[in-house]
Write a protein that binds this ligand. Structure first.
Ligand code: PEP
Ligand code: MN
Length: 448
């Protein structure tokens, strides 16, 4: 890899275009100093790993694999701890074991992790008691406390984002290859969930089937390396283009540009303007990229996004992450899938059942109903089944902790419980038990 800090390189073509949702740094000189340093730091991921994920997502696009993408809405600097990272990973691995068995295809595991520190906001400012301050945009930009100082964007936070991402990724790599991810161990955790939680008991039959399959393998003497470690990838929204650009490098093997801040990056619903800076940035890098598609997306927009981001029509390069809302998915998705399929493009279709289903409870907490989340995934499966296309995966906001942020689920959380452990700084996440519930229910859909 060679360092690419020169803003005249192709990675900086986005600078001529309007970039939505960027912080207004009061000190541009400080920003330049930080990004120059970032451009000299080692890559967080390797280009070859990004290529491997693109190949895995190619299998998703062809209907030969399923994507499980999940993690916090926004990571926080003070939550970079072994316990929290382990719990999140454990939850994702447990979900993946169930889905692998039910779908009978490989599950590509991608965390919303090690870089998910930046948030788009619906309003640039927030008003409280007559005082107006910049909105909190994630720990990479400012701090959630409602003071002028905390809310002023500070470019030094980009450096902390890099170091927090590096520390997280290091631990994730250790956990996933160092024995913690052993499939039998993961299955034993699932058995605990089934035995010891009220919601888990419904999945006893499926857990027993998995147990028989593993016992059979063991009896045969099969003990493949794949049982002892997992391939796990990191992804985040490519929102802050100064940061992403500083971490974009020319790969010495291929001469192509890669955003080495994460294996996969996606462009959000608020920044996917066809003539905007984010799509231009994504078009320049070779990473697998995702684009969020909300309910107002037209088929023409989807087709133009394909022309811009996947001109070679390479399965795995582009993932469409639809987030329509439970009440709209069955209306909005079919036309998109039909026209994209008719164009000949092979896109990985992934369902984000979170962002179209957010509402504010009377108590003021932003929340989501587990049943709406589930219903959107159901609608997503129904649409693909009807069209003969592949429901490629799910993209969920979750945590491994027992928070109370979304209502419902097997161990039911009521609206009046939300205050007990409401810890997210941004959107409400499924807790550990709700996440496992979802995995078992999606597994049942897969087999239906
Ligand atoms: C998110 O993924 O946290 C997010 C803001 O999603 P979207 O861009 O789909 O609104
Ligand atoms: Mn979110």
């Amino acid at each position: 890899m060679t360092v690419n800090a020169d803003i005249s390189t192709p990675s900086a073509t986005w600078r001529d275009l309007p970039a939505a949702q960027q912080p207004e740094y009061p000190d541009q000189e400080a920003l330049r100093a930080v990004t120059a340093d970032l451009a000299s730091y080692p890559p967080l991921v390797f280009a070859g790993e990004c290529d491997q994920l693109r190949a895995r997502l190619g299998a998703v696009a062809r209907g030969e694999a399923f994507l499980l993408q999940g993690g916090d809405c926004a990571e926080a600097f003070d939550q970079v701890s072994a316990d929290q990272i382990r719990a999140k990973l454990k939850t994702l691995l447990q979900m993946s074991a169930v889905l692998t068995y039910a779908a009978a295809v490989p599950v590509v595991k991608v965390g919303r992790i090690a870089g998910q520190y930046s948030k788009p906001r619906s309003k640039p400012t927030e008003r409280r008691d007559g005082v107006e301050l910049p909105s909190y945009r994630g720990d990479s930009v400012n701090s959630p406390e409602f003071t002028v100082e905390a809310r002023t964007p500070d470019p030094e936070r980009l450096r902390r984002m890099y170091h927090s991402s590096a520390a997280t990724l290091n631990l994730v790599r250790g956990f996933t290859t160092g024995g913690y991810a052993d499939l039998r161990q993961v299955h034993a955790w699932n058995q605990d969930f089934v035995r010891n939680s009220a919601s888990g008991q419904r999945y006893d039959a499926l857990a027993r089937e998995i147990d028989s399959a593993l016992s059979f393998m063991k009896a045969c003497g099969a003990d493949p390396a794949e049982f002892h470690s997992v391939e796990f990838y990191a992804s985040h929204e490519a929102l802050l283009l100064d940061y992403e650009s500083a971490l974009t490098r020319v790969d010495s093997r291929t001469g192509k540009l890669y955003d080495v801040s994460g294996h996969m990056v996606w462009i959000g619903e608020r920044t996917r303007q066809l003539d905007g800076a984010h799509i231009e940035f994504a078009a320049q890098v070779r990473n697998p990229v995702g684009v969020k598609l909300g309910p107002t997306t037209s088929a023409e927009e989807a087709l133009t996004l394909i022309d811009r981001l996947d001109p070679e029509r390479e399965p795995g390069r582009l993932t469409f992450i639809t987030r329509m809302g439970a009440d709209r998915i069955r209306d909005r998705l079919p036309e998109l899938v039909e026209k994209v399929t008719a164009s000949g493009a092979q896109i990985a279709w992934v369902c984000d059942p979170m962002h179209g289903n957010t509402f504010e409870a009377a108590s003021g907490y932003k929340t989501r109903r587990f049943d709406d989340v589930l219903d959107e995934v159901k609608g997503f499966f129904e649409v693909h089944k009807a069209l003969g296309t592949h429901p490629g995966g799910i993209h969920v906001e979750l945590t491994g902790d027992d928070v109370t942020e979304c209502v419902g689920g097997g161990d039911e959380i009521f609206v009046d419980d939300l205050h007990q452990r409401y810890e997210t700084a941004c959107d409400p996440r499924l807790n550990r038990s709700q996440s496992l519930d979802l995995a078992f229910l999606v597994a049942e859909m897969y087999r239906a």
